[in-house]
Design a protein around this ligand. Structure first.
Ligand code: GUN
Length: 293
C-alpha cells in the first residue's frame, strides 16, 4: 500500500500558485481576490470557509468572508451576489453550501457570474465541462485529478466506481474520469443509494471514489486487492482526543482497507487538502482570465 499524500502534494502545488500569484500582483498591482459567502453557523461550513481564507492568505491572495445570519432573505443574498458580480476587485465568488431551507441553492448558484464561479457549480461551467471546453471544474474533483496526475497513476482503461452522485463530487467526478484525457479514459460506474448490489459493483473497481458522507462505509470485503482508493468523506464527530474537539473520519474504513489497496488517500490529509488546491487554482485562473476573458 502507498499513500496518496494530500499534504505533500498540496504543499508543492501551493508553492507554484504562490509564485504565480506574486507574478500577477507585480503585473497588475493587486492580488487575486476570493469572496466567500457563508450563511448561518454550521460548524463544518465555518471551519471549511476559515480554511479557504487562511490558504488564500498563504499563497498571496486577498480573501473576504461575508458571514450572514440564518435569517438572511434569499433576495438580500441575490442582491449581494449581483453587486459582487459587478465588482472588478472580485475575481472568484463562492457561496458555501448547504444553505438554510428558505434559500434556493439553485437560484443562488445561477446568480453567480459563471466567470467568477470558482466552485464550478454554475450550469454554464458544468455544461462546458461535459463538452470538454475550458471551464472551472468543481474543486474536489479537480483536486483529485491533480492528485492522480501528481502520482502518475495510470487510469486509462481502468474500471472506476464512484459511490455517490452529488452535484459537487460524485457526478462531476464520473465525468472527469471518463473523459478522453490523462488522467481519464476510465470506464466509469456511478453508484448511489438505489444501486442494487453496491458491494458487487465496488468489488469490480480498479479505482474507488467514495463520496457518500458516511463514516467507514467502504469496508475491506468490498475492495478488490490492489484497488486504488480515493476517500472523499469528511465525517466530523465530537472527540476529546483532539485539540479542535472534533475528529474526522473518511467514508472508507482505512485500517481495514489500506492493506488491500495499492494506493489510498488518508483522512485527514488526503482529498480535503486537494479541494483547497482546486479552489485556489480556479481563483488564480479567474484573476488571470485564462478561462474567460
Ligand atoms: N459544501 C461542501 N463542499 C463545498 C464546496 O466545494 N463549495 C461550496 N461552496 N460549498 C461546499
Amino acid at each position: 500500500m502507498k499513500l496518496l499524500d494530500g499534504k505533500l502534494v498540496s504543499e508543492k502545488i501551493k508553492q507554484d500558485i504562490k509564485a504565480e500569484a506574486a507574478e500577477f500582483t507585480a503585473k497588475t498591482g493587486r492580488k487575486p481576490h476570493l469572496v466567500a459567502i457563508l450563511v448561518g453557523h454550521d460548524g463544518g461550513s465555518e471551519t471549511y470557509v476559515a480554511s479557504k481564507m487562511r490558504n488564500c492568505s498563504l499563497v498571496g491572495f486577498d480573501s473576504s468572508n461575508l458571514h450572514y445570519e440564518d435569517d438572511v432573505t434569499e433576495a438580500e443574498l441575490l442582491e449581494r451576489i449581483r453587486e459582487l458580480n459587478a465588482d472588478p476587485e472580485v475575481d472568484g465568488l463562492i457561496v458555501q453550501l448547504p444553505l438554510p431551507a428558505h434559500i434556493d441553492p439553485e437560484k443562488v448558484t445561477e446568480a453567480i457570474d459563471y466567470r467568477k464561479d470558482v466552485d464550478g457549480f454554475h450550469p454554464v461551467n458544468l455544461g462546458r465541462m461535459l463538452r470538454n471546453l475550458p471551464c472551472f471544474i468543481p474543486a474536489t474533483p479537480f483536486g483529485i485529478m491533480l492528485m492522480l496526475e501528481h502520482y502518475r497513476i495510470e487510469t486509462a482503461g481502468k474500471h472506476a466506481v464512484v459511490v455517490g452522485r452529488s452535484n459537487i463530487v460524485g457526478s462531476p467526478m464520473s465525468v472527469l474520469l471518463a473523459r478522453n484525457a490523462n488522467p481519464g479514459n476510465c470506464t466509469v460506474t456511478l453508484t448511489h443509494s438505489r444501486t442494487n448490489d453496491l458491494k458487487a459493483e465496488v468489488l469490480r473497481a480498479d479505482i474507488i471514489v467514495a463520496a457518500i458522507g458516511r463514516k467507514n462505509f467502504i469496508t475491506a470485503d468490498m475492495v478488490k486487492p490492489g484497488a486504488i482508493v480515493i476517500d472523499v468523506g469528511i465525517n466530523r464527530e465530537i472527540s476529546t482526543q483532539t485539540k479542535s474537539g472534533y475528529k474526522l473520519y473518511g467514508d472508507v474504513d482505512f485500517e481495514q482497507v489500506a492493506p488491500k489497496s495499492s494506493w489510498i488517500t488518508p483522512v485527514p490529509g488526503g482529498v480535503g487538502l486537494m479541494t483547497i488546491i482546486g479552489l485556489l487554482k480556479n481563483t488564480l485562473a479567474a484573476a488571470k482570465k485564462t478561462i474567460y476573458s
